[in-house]
Each structure stands twice: as C-alpha cells, then as structure tokens.
Ligand binder design. Sequence first.
Ligand code: AMP
Length: 194
Amino acid sequence: MANIILLGPPGAGKGTQAAKLVEARGMIQLSTGDMLRAARTSGTEMGRKVAAVLDAGGLVTDEIVIGLIDEQLGRTGHGGFIFDGFPRTLKQADALGELLARKGLKLDAVIELVVDDTALVGRIVNRAEEAKAAGQPVRKDDTPEVFEVRLREYYKNTAPLIGYYWATRDLVQIDGMADMPVVAVAIAKVLDKA
Ligand code: AMP
C-alpha cells in the first residue's frame, strides 16, 4: 500500500496514469477535478458555486478541495491513494500532510511528470477531439484559451510544490513526454520501491 501524489501541469498525463494504477494495483484515485465536475453535474450548492471558476480555469478555494479530500481519506481496503490534481497550492500541501498524519497515513512519493509545455496545448486539443469523437462530454476548460489560464495557475501556485517536496525528499521526477506505457513502467518502479 502506497500513497502518492501525481504532480504536473494540466495535460501531463496524471489522470491517464492514475486510471492505470487503479486497475493494476487497486489504488483509489482522488481527483479533485473529477469531484468538482461531479458536484457541478449533480447540481449541488458547492457545484453551482464553483462552476464559473472551473470554466475560467482558475483555482477553487483551498477550503473546498481540502474538505473534499478529507471526506475520502477514511476509505480502507485498497492499494493506496493517488492524489491527482491535489494539492495545487502550498496551503493544500500543508493540509494534506496534516490530514494524513491524523489518519495515521504517510505519503510515499510525489511523482512529478516532467513535460514540455508547448506539447501540452496539442494534448489538450487532442483530448477534446477524442472526447467529441467518442460521444463523451468535452470539458469546457479544454480549449487553448482556458488552457493558457490553467497553465499560468500551475506555474504561479502549483509549481512551488516541486521545491516543497524536493525539500521533504519525497519528489521523484519522471519523463512525462515518454510513451504512456513507458511512463507507467517508471511509476511502477517507484511504487515497488515504496
Ligand atoms: P483538473 O481536472 O485537475 O484539471 O481540474 C479541473 C479544474 O478543477 C481546475 O482547473 C480547477 O478549477 C479545479 N481544481 C481541481 N483541483 C483543484 C485543487 N486542488 N485546487 C483548486 N482548484 C482545483
């Protein structure tokens, strides 16, 4: 059982790799983005509150996402938690440390998917086209314009976590530009050592 954070800008492949880990290792994917989109679709009060922020590519408040994660950490009987898209700010990182400690859990690794920013826009446009072709809903924030805002948010608020987790010796950097199965093998090696 290992608890890991997948860190990287939007389009780095965090969700894709998390899904593989869920299947292969019975881990639980905790994607705050998925939770927020679900809240929005189901029309909860919180979902309505965050809808505009999601569409604009901004960050919702720390309190909301920390609360969403807190609700999930009591789950047992699985292969570990994958934090996907959380934490995204230093405050969230501190809060996660405290929540895990309170539950008697620990963080085993923070895996940064290192990617080339110029390639990311192409990936996002692809993701939107694939969703459309498969008859799935296209994310409103998967447009080149909103993507730019999301990337800016990443560098302003989330990239400092790379230094934060380097300092705690949890950071492992993986080439996120490699083919999907190659990235998966690299992540598996980290997990097998954890
Ligand atoms: P994602 O699916 O991870 O790309 O997240 C989609 C959107 O949800 C982001 O652009 C933010 O608006 C919001 N979001 C997801 N996770 C967080 C978080 N940890 N902190 C703040 N906002 C978040």
